[in-house]
Design a protein around this ligand. Structure first.
Ligand SMILES: [Cu+2]
Length: 157
């Protein structure tokens, strides 16, 4: 680039920096972090999770505190409307480990992590734009049979 272009580019860079980090941008975005773990006894450590209504993004981290491999005792975290929980669990169970026990592209899934084994952790970040405040949401593990125990209530707002 020539020296003559520099002032213009500098001005542009300053403008972009101001737009991206101004007070308005900070007020609008709020990333909320949640965590949950699963163990070798086919249990989550939490029966409910809550995100405040002003969260625009949620980062959910799942940790498998057990030792068993994903093929034997894999866990994931799948967020759905409560009315969809059983159907999503059934579709996921037949999808296999290669699909993380989730039907590919399942439109009922609001957010989900991959399936992990003992000692691993994974996270997913998703927008709350698909959630309604006060809505009836459930999270579950879709490894075959696990949702009987591994299920909880998700509160937003
Ligand atoms: Cu599980």
């Amino acid at each position: 680039m020539s020296l003559k272009q520099l002032p213009t580019l500098t001005t542009l860079a300053l403008l972009l920096a101001a737009l991206g980090s101004g007070p308005a941008a900070h007020a609008a975005d709020k990333l909320c972090k949640l965590s949950i773990s699963g163990n070798d006894l086919m249990q989550y450590d939490k029966k409910e999770l809550t995100a405040a209504g002003d969260c625009t993004q949620i980062e959910l981290t799942l940790t498998h505190t057990g030792k068993l491999p994903a093929a034997a005792m894999g866990h994931n975290w799948v967020l759905v409307k409560s009315a969809d929980a059983t159907a999503v669990a059934n579709a996921g169970a037949s999808a296999g480990l290669s699909n993380s026990y989730q039907q590919p592209g399942d439109p009922r899934v609001i957010a989900s992590t991959k399936t992990i084994g003992g000692g691993e952790s994974t996270s997913v970040t998703f927008s709350t734009s698909k959630l309604q405040k006060g809505g009836d949401y459930t999270y579950l593990c879709t490894f075959p049979g696990h949702n009987a125990l591994m299920k909880g209530t998700f509160h937003f707002g």
